[in-house]
Design a protein around this ligand. Structure first.
Ligand code: NAI
Length: 342
């Protein structure tokens, strides 16, 4: 089995090389992304492995299919970047559904604590022998309200962390979890009542730009907005306006809607052409990390392990545990479809 890996970094190879050798797979690593221009390089590979910012639209998938690719293995949980309608009946798509929800929930907490207590700014000051604490004031999180949008695996863990801080938790999810510790409310109410709002829902047609001008207007003027899910949940133009007009207290972002050209790359010698990204980086009350919430040793090991198991299941012709497909409109419903959906 030959696998083409797109958008790889040195840290990906650490875990995948060990497992590839154990399983007798041959991996070709490409450091550039998958898209319609690079898809032709998959010729001769049965499987292609991609990450969050690769493009798997109709044009790209058609090229993969015509090149003989039969499996698209996502080494991530989110699949908003895959046109799985176009893949249906041509290329099987598998993913790693939950490699470490704790990694992401803990990073959301890191963003929240840093943004609130400004430890990133304090670090820079003390390194420069500046021991002045002017401007570093935060608020007690204890006694405040956290509003959690999306209470799946990550959202529920983040709710637990917030409770550990002594916060009360409000949640919004169209599919509420059967958890008596979570108090559900309407989105409107959550936006109005929360001191911290954290996004943990997937990016879909319904959730794109769910944080828009009107919803930002509903938030408390000191509310901290945390996004570790997908950038396009937030309308960036609206967020910048809200920050400029002090409508909210700040934003901690691990994702950005136009991140694919920038995140994961060292562009320190480059002029950034994205004015919205540059503007976001000028606010003292915005903290941006480069889609690193997943990036723990445990998560990387699990991503490699599950990706390889997914590829082995494909090779063995058994039903794929982690397949997503158009027919099931997302994760395959194994109870209904004992075998693969096509
Ligand atoms: P999950 O599938 O366990 O939970 C998602 C929840 O969102 C579900 O309960 C679902 O009902 C809910 N939801 C769907 N539509 C909604 C809406 N319109 N409003 C509110 N809630 C809605 O997913 P999980 O594992 O908790 O991951 C959440 C997201 O985190 C993923 O979709 C992915 O985009 C992101 N993620 C980010 C990572 C990072 O490194 N920054 C790493 C892994 C995941």
């Amino acid at each position: 089995m030959r696998i083409a890996f797109y958008d790889t970094k040195p840290y990906d190879k650490i875990w995948f090389d060990i497992l590839a050798e154990q399983n007798g797979f041959e991996i070709k690593y490409f450091d550039f992304k998958l898209n319609a221009e690079t898809a032709f390089l998959s010729k001769g590979f049965e499987a292609v492995c991609i990450f969050v910012n690769d493009t798997a639209d109709k044009e790209t998938l058609d090229i993969l299919y015509n090149s003989g690719v039969k499996l698209l293995a996502l080494r991530c949980a989110g699949y908003n970047h895959v046109d799985f309608k176009s893949a249906y009946e041509k290329i099987h798509v598998v993913r790693v559904p939950d490699y470490s929800p704790a990694a992401v929930a803990e990073h959301a907490a890191a963003l929240l604590l840093t943004l609130n207590r400004k430890t990133h700014r304090a670090y820079a000051r003390t390194r420069d022998n500046n021991f002045n604490i002017n401007g570093l004031i935060g608020i007690d999180l204890s006694g405040k309200t956290a509003g959690i949008i999306g209470t799946g695996k990550i959202g529920r863990l983040f709710a637990g962390i917030c409770k550990g801080f002594g916060m009360s938790v409000l949640a919004y999810d169209p599919n509420p979890a059967d958890d008596e510790n979570i108090k559900y409310t309407e989105l409107d109410e959550l936006l109005r009542q929360s001191d911290v709002i954290s996004l943990h829902c997937p990016l879909t047609h319904e959730t794109k730009h769910m944080i828009h001008t009107e919803n930002l207007e509903k938030m408390k003027p000191h509310a901290l907005l945390i996004n570790t899910s997908r950038g396009a949940l937030i309308d960036t133009t609206a967020l910048i306006e809200a920050l400029k007009h002090r409508k909210i207290g700040g934003a901690g972002l691990d994702v950005y809607e136009e991140e694919s050209e920038y995140f994961f790359e060292d562009l320190s010698d480059t002029i950034i052409e994205d004015d919205e990204l540059s503007r976001l980086l000028t606010f003292p009350n915005v903290l941006l990390t480069s889609h690193q919430a997943f990036f723990t040793e445990e998560a990387m090991r699990e991503i490699a392990q599950v990706t390889m198991e997914n590829i082995k299941a494909f090779q063995a012709g058994t039903a794929f545990e982690n397949e997503i497909c158009y027919k099931c409109n997302g994760p395959c419903k194994k109870e209904e479809n004992k075998n693969n959906c096509f």
